[in-house]
Design a protein around this ligand. Sequence first.
Ligand SMILES: [Zn+2]
Ligand SMILES: [Zn+2]
Length: 438
Amino acid sequence: MKNKKSEKKKENIKDGLRAPKGMHDILPSEWPWYEKIYSVVNELADFYNFSRIETPILERAELFERGVGTDTDIVGKEMYFVKGRNGDKLVLRPEMTAPVARAYIEHHLGRSASLQKFFYKGSAFRHERPQLGRFRQFNQAGFEVIGGSNDPIYDAEVILIFQRLLEKLKIKNIVLKVNSIGCKVCRPIYKKQLLSYYKDKKLCPDCQKRIKINPLRLLDCKNENCVKLKASAPNFLDKLCAACTSHLKGVFEYLDELKIPYMVDNALVRGLDYYSRTVFEFFTEGAGADVGALPAGGRYDYLIEMLGGRMTPAVGGAAGIERLIAVMKAQDVEQPRRSAKKVFVMHVGEMAKKKSLNILEKLRSAGISATEALGRDSLKSQMRLADREGVKLALIFGQKEIFENSIIVRDLETHLQESVPMDTIVEEVKKRLARKNK
Ligand SMILES: [Zn+2]
Ligand SMILES: [Zn+2]
């Protein structure tokens, strides 16, 4: 008895052996959420004709320094550095668009078709303050359209895919914010106007830094006073060049055609240097709103060129899986379940236990998902487990059945049972399961 008690005492991991701060284990109870999201991502990729691409978790630091920009938080503050043995400066990837663009150039993917559609799933790493739905190692799924023309139809398609993703995950109260941050022609002019507007204004300490690095981000500040100042700041939408204005109009027209509701938010600037023209972010209102931006992305027509490729139009976005899960939970979306096993093979006695192994294999090789509790000897506890797991049929095998070369098939819903010849077990099980599916 004494032993049993001490077994139940709560175990504690030794100090210093915990998972690093902000890193999390994805436990078996969490996986059904991930699998649900990934299965929707796969389905959408298939419907919209995106091909999977996977890039390494380690990349050269320079890729992000050049592509994303050293002035951004992601690159300036949040990257994890890994020293290569030959002195290479490597990092754990903080995002996945720059690596996809790198792979596109490195493997000359533009040669085989002018327009390429990619999707990816994987982990990225950012050393930021952990909060709800935000971890230092997080998972993302993204869609990127690279090449072809800069037609706004692709911006709308990427937005459409994320809209469908949220809908299929039953996330409610979706708000889509869209903005344009212009191009090489109009952005510098607008930045100058912003600077001259803010020149003699009293800014919060963060904004005093931002104004030197990326004045567009002044519009993003949540500080009360800065928000007030923003109200009379020049609006980029009035200052876009003709080409950017008509591009943004095109995006709106396609979204209208698709009946996707959106709001224009001129404070939406996105932190990364590679964006041009369209930027978008999805949010939810009410429960789950505190998770922040859900899928987000934009156009990045200059990125490939910044990395040494040819000028190649591109647009894409990514969704943080942990954030989606946090919102689904906050909105009481029903927990996805692993599909229940159809058949439970139960044994009575040592001999039957041994022979059960081959019965299980016979069922499995016939494509029937079967499970067992070979470590438990009591029929009652096997029965209880089958009930808990929602199994439909129990196959019961004991001493008598061994001699008669038969097996008992018990319907766990109706509790009716009958003995059938062992040789016909696969057909008998299939017949009964088919009847249940009707
Ligand atoms: Zn422009
Ligand atoms: Zn501020």
